[in-house]
Ligand binder design. Structure first.
Ligand code: PLP
Length: 393
């Protein structure tokens, strides 16, 4: 259990040192790695070239030459900064085209591009919900969805992870407008929300549904159009579809897609969209190229599935505890914070980068190695990870 000092908010500014010491004692201190190369499956970290299994660059696009070229050409044509917010003079034709293309890609009428997934979630939820309303969310939803609910001031009810009976009960307690919110693919567990059941319950209770498909977009569904499309849910079933661009797309930013009225309303009211400088037009140009590549990456997605099967079989054989995930996120459950850090350090000593994820990002006593696979990995590289895991047991 983390100590009280490590988990509670500061009462006094002078408590900061106490809080940090408690974090250290509980093995909860977070630190940053320093990359000295491009993001890839073999980054140079603190001077050492490693084989990485911990980025969200699922299709290996973060340093793709065609995307880099599109960004360079964008800079040559449009310069670096957008210079202003979207509603003043920062909105560029490249942003507009990207929004149209993302809408077509997801099969929605319209889309709005935000600077990040965090801002998209906070913006959408705070624009649509108020203190008279209720947001019902999965317990394991991403922090940005929790923060969006807090900012909206709506009543927040949580339901146990993927527990539809509990969701039904919570919906029965909801007042005002009702919004159910779920990750599509859960970011720290890798499993998928049972979206058909969630959507059915929403229809029964006249609730709207927001799916944050940050880890499904680009990876799942026809042409990588995401989990929502993979299970055949329309804009009527999922009026708010959020996708991020910093993961499978390899660039940065996020979008919300939906019907035209909803997107028009968000354009007028979503404060994290309105009150911030627009992203560089060259980034939008790069993301448009990424979208073309994502659309055509069926072979990469098939390869990723092969890698997932191979990894799961090997890890299970070694006796580690996997989680019920069929996606590129394949956490190995460890439990104690210190043990997770130790395992990560032992792998690092063997040239492998797999980060330990600890509370509060995941529940107490469920520290884990969050292994993520990329279509850039080869089967031999997955074997390298398996051999290292065998070596450290
Ligand atoms: C489920 C989920 N939603 C939203 C985000 C935030 O996206 P961004 O990194 O673009 O802010 C993340 C990860 O960062 C995520 O995992």
């Amino acid at each position: 259990m983390p100590s009280k000092a490590a988990t509670t908010a500061l009462k006094n500014f002078s408590d900061m040192a106490v809080h940090l010491a408690a974090r250290q004692a509980d093995h909860l201190m977070r630190s940053r790695l320093q990359l000295q190369s491009a993001q890839s499956i073999t980054p140079t970290v603190d001077g050492q070239r490693l084989l990485s299994f911990c980025s969200n660059d699922y299709l290996g696009l973060a340093n793709h030459p065609a995307i880099a070229q599109a960004m360079k050409e964008g800079i040559d044509q449009y310069g670096v900064g957008s210079g202003s917010s979207h509603l003043v003079s920062g909105h560029h034709r490249e942003h507009e085209l990207l929004e149209q293309e993302l809408a077509a890609f997801t099969g929605r009428e319209a889309a709005l591009v935000f600077s990040s997934g965090y801002m998209a979630n906070v913006g959408v939820m705070s624009a649509l919900m108020s203190r008279r309303d209720t947001i019902v969310q999965d317990r394991l939803n991403h922090a940005s969805l929790i923060d969006g609910a807090l900012l909206s001031q709506a009543k927040m009810l949580r339901f146990r992870h993927n527990d539809m009976a509990h969701l039904r009960r919570q919906l029965g307690l909801a007042m005002g407008k009702k919004l159910v919110v779920s990750d599509g693919v859960f970011s720290m567990d890798g499993d998928c929300a049972p979206l058909l059941d969630v959507s059915r319950l929403c229809a029964e209770h006249a609730a709207w549904l927001l799916v944050d498909d940050a880890h499904g977009i680009g990876v799942l569904g026809p042409h990588g159009s995401g989990l929502v499309n993979a299970v055949g849910l329309t804009s009527a079933d999922v009026p708010l579809l959020v996708g991020t661009l910093g993961k499978a797309f390899g660039t940065s930013g996020a979008f919300v897609a939906g019907d035209k009225t909803t997107i028009d309303y968000l354009l007028q009211t979503a404060r994290p969209y309105i009150y911030t400088t627009a992203t560089p037009p060259a980034l939008a140009a790069a993301t448009r190229m990424a979208l073309t590549l994502v659309h055509g990456a069926d072979a990469e997605r098939a390869h990723l599935q092969t890698l997932i099967g191979h990894l799961r079989q090997g890890v299970r054989h070694l006796g580690y505890q996997l989680m019920p995930s069929a996606t590129a996120i394949q956490p190995i459950l460890v439990g104690a914070n210190e043990a997770a850090l130790q395992l990560s350090a032992q792998l690092r000593a063997r040239g492998l980068l797999v980060t330990a994820i600890r509370p509060p990002t995941v529940p107490v006593n469920t520290a884990r190695l969050r292994v993520t696979l990329s279509a850039s990995h080869s089967l031999a590289q997955v074997d390298q990870l398996l051999n290292a895991l065998a070596d450290v047991t």
